[in-house]
Design a protein around this ligand. Structure first.
Ligand code: SF4
Length: 283
């Protein structure tokens, strides 16, 4: 038996009091305890931002990488040592501005890691400027007349690019978030968890109360099917992306780098295009 304390260390987080990231940290620790992951087989990789500090607060291997690059590092670690449980984490700016191309390619590559987005719809560490996930009209020092651009929809983007596991959580719904992270880690393939994690200092629009009033909890919809691509996509469109729960979960395609085939060189994998088909295409 393990408890969340087994995954805590002596470093006190220096996030602002009330920051949503405390809850995400705790949820990762509780989920790791539930799965009894050996500490030496757990690796947390982060990018830059307030969320980047997360890798330093967990009693596991940690890699605080460069901005927008948590995913290539995490994929490399997993490919080098398939025994490890690898979690990449980063903010919405890290994953959907400077790191967007890595996010897209990690989704379509479907390597067996978990990616947790600490989404507060603002850049916190650099004192509150507009991120690609900030809402239209969002006023900051970088957009004094309000952001004119529509926000990226991370869920729709993930599904459109072939995500095999997509979930969304909210820092204030701790039990649901723990359950989501457990299932995301257990999923064989790339799992993305977008967590609404309020920045209490720089985002005075998307507050805890705003999310409580705006979110639809999919766990309350008894006939919701998370293995049906079209239903999942429809739900994201219907709720404008503002829903929590496991939105989509399907078995990985042939050719994913699963635990059983991870050690094989890529050329030996049973990928969709075999040599013959490939040469036909080339002709
Ligand atoms: Fe959290 Fe925002 Fe403070 Fe950063 S600035 S620690 S995101 S509340």
């Amino acid at each position: 038996m393990k408890s969340m304390k087994d995954y805590s260390n002596s470093i006190n987080p220096n996030w602002c009091p009330g920051c949503g990231h405390f809850s995400v940290l705790r949820a990762i620790q509780i989920a790791s305890a539930k799965l009894t992951i050996p500490n030496e087989e757990l690796t947390i990789v982060t990018g830059i931002g307030c969320s980047g500090r997360l890798s330093g607060y967990i009693n596991a291997y940690g890699f605080h990488g460069i901005h927008g690059r948590s995913l290539p590092i995490a994929q490399g670690i997993k490919l080098a040592n398939k025994k490890l449980t690898v979690i990449a984490a980063g903010g919405d700016g890290d994953g959907f501005a400077i790191g967007l191309s890595h996010t897209l390619h990690a989704i379509r590559r479907d390597i067996n890691i978990t990616y947790i987005v600490l989404n507060n719809q603002v850049y916190g560490l650099t004192k509150g400027h507009t991120s690609p996930l900030s809402g239209r009209g969002f006023i900051t020092k970088s957009t004094p007349y309000g952001s004119t651009e529509p926000p990226i929809q991370p869920g729709i983007l993930a599904l459109a690019n072939g995500a095999t596991f997509l979930a969304q959580g909210f820092s204030a719904f701790q039990d649901q978030l723990v359950d989501i992270i457990v299932k995301a880690i257990k999923h064989t393939g790339f799992s993305m968890v977008n967590v609404f994690s309020p920045c209490v200092t720089y985002n005075k629009v998307n507050t805890y109360q705003w999310f409580r009033d705006s979110l639809t909890n999919l766990d309350d919809i008894t006939d919701y099917k998370n293995d049906d691509y079209q239903s999942s996509l429809n739900k994201l469109v219907e709720t404008n992306g503002l829903c929590t729960g496991i939105i989509y979960n399907k078995a990985p395609d042939i050719g994913s780098y699963t635990n059983s085939n991870l050690q094989k060189p890529l050329v030996e994998l049973d990928l969709k295009f075999n040599k013959e088909e490939f040469s036909n295409i080339m002709e």
